[in-house]
Design a protein around this ligand. Structure first.
Ligand SMILES: Cc1cc2nc3c(=O)[nH]c(=O)nc-3n(C[C@H](O)[C@H](O)[C@H](O)COP(=O)(O)OP(=O)(O)OC[C@H]3O[C@@H](n4cnc5c(N)ncnc54)[C@H](O)[C@@H]3O)c2cc1C
Length: 385
């Protein structure tokens, strides 16, 4: 059993840490207040090699292993969940999915553009009436000549307002449920691709872009299909294996950030003539947080390692996502309390960590759905919910 990082993995960690601390951290509060992420930041992520990191060298990627990708997501997540979320969707849900399922031509056409950020990707699965139960989707793909006509509605689509390329899931036969789903690569400038910002002010991830998308009779040629006919649900679920690892690692980053902020505050703030960190109750909170961070990190890196070995890793990845996110929820909750009134304002970052972490508990399968995936694997049932 080897717990140390290879030189390549340590270099990726350093690269991501430097980018997070020097390039993202100074912008985080302003991005959260303004509700947007500068496109220049995305180009910079591409320029330093982060966006293409998990992709093969032949298309211009960094050929990172999964452990390296997890280390990168942890570093970004430690500083800003909106930025980490952008990259998880773009690089893991979209680009890695094209790498895994795309034809030689699709990979050649799309991966270099995604790696360089010339094209931004989004993943369109959720619908108003199909969230956790994605197989009940109502969007349709009806054969039309040498292609398909897509109709339907997608919601909560991260990067949806700024993306040039969408992976759209739609049913070619609704009676077949998940076996009738197709995945399609759709340019967002296709006639009938109508998008607007999600309504309402969001609790967290305020710098992220979340769109409501209408598919109004969009024509796509048959070679825009990713995977074969009826394989779309498998495409969607395998993308979630990549994405959930990114979310788990991002949650480790959030938990670590809560611990770092809490230790610094407990050392500095004095009450009753001593540092608040000298009170045993505060020490216990910090110790529990540190134990949670370590456990979450080990579970996440183990799931990443299993993916690297080509082992069946759906259960391990769901366990990592479930535990790491719940650990980060506990850490953020405690961190706000530990900061007292100061934790309640955005003068300190911990209130943003608490708002953001709720998003990780919901997307790419809620905490309830992760428990279902784990339990079905334990009980020997099909892992598709
Ligand atoms: C910030 C953010 C970003 C997102 N980005 C994307 C994106 O890029 N692409 C995309 O396609 N979607 C995206 N989503 C959507 C997200 O994946 C869904 O919100 C999520 O899958 C839950 O679906 P839902 O909101 O319809 O909730 P529902 O499925 O309606 O669930 C409501 C509640 O019921 C629970 N529940 C449902 N079924 C069961 C069950 N069988 N057993 C027990 N409890 C159950 C859920 O856990 C939840 O607590 C995003 C969401 C958020 C908040």
């Amino acid at each position: 059993m080897e717990f140390s990082l290879s030189a390549t993995q340590a270099a990726v960690q350093q690269l991501a840490r430097k980018f997070a601390d020097e390039r993202v951290a100074p912008l985080s509060r302003e991005m959260d207040e303004q509700g947007a992420m500068p496109l220049a930041l995305i180009s910079d992520m591409a320029a330093v090699g982060l966006l293409g990191g998990p992709l093969p060298a032949e298309h211009g990627g960094g050929a990172w292993d999964k452990v390296s990708a997890a280390l990168c997501y942890e570093e970004l997540g430690r500083v800003d969940s909106s930025v980490r979320g952008f990259m998880t969707v773009h690089s893991s849900l979209v680009a890695q999915c094209i790498q895994q399922w795309g034809s030689v031509e699709q990979r050649r056409q799309y991966l270099p553009m995604l790696i360089s950020a010339e094209s931004i990707g989004c993943y369109c699965l959720t619908e108003p009436n199909a969230g956790s139960d994605a197989a009940s989707m109502e969007a349709t793909a009806v054969p039309d000549g040498a292609g398909y006509r897509l109709n339907g509605e997608k919601i909560w689509i991260t990067n949806g307002g700024i993306a040039q390329l969408a992976i759209v899931f739609a049913s070619t036969d609704r009676t077949l449920r998940h076996k009738g789903v197709g995945a399609f690569l759709v340019p967002t400038n296709a006639p009938g691709f109508v998008r607007r910002k999600m309504p309402g002010r969001e609790l967290g991830h305020r710098a992220a872009d979340h769109a409501h998308i209408r598919l109004e009779n969009i024509y796509v040629p048959v070679d825009s299909m990713l995977g074969g006919p009826g394989e779309g649900f498998r495409v969607a679920m395998s993308a979630l294996d990549h994405g959930r690892l990114g979310v788990a690692a991002g949650a480790v980053g959030v938990a670590q950030a809560c611990l770092d902020a809490s230790v610094a505050f407990a050392r500095e703030r004095r009450q009753f003539g001593q540092r608040v960190g000298d009170f045993q109750m505060i020490q216990a909170a910090l110790a529990d947080m540190a134990a949670d961070v370590e456990a979450a990190r080990q579970l996440t890196l183990r799931a990443a390692w299993m993916q690297d070995q080509g082992l069946k890793s759906t259960r391990a990845t769901s366990i990592a996502k479930l535990f790491a996110v719940e650990a980060a929820v506990r850490a953020a909750n405690e961190a706000v309390l530990l900061h007292g009134g100061r934790g309640y304002t955005n003068e300190y970052p911990v209130e943003r960590y608490l708002r953001d972490i709720k998003g990780l508990q919901i997307y790419e399968g809620t905490a309830h759905i992760q428990r279902i995936v784990i339990a079905r694997d334990l009980l020997g049932k099909d892992t598709v919910p």
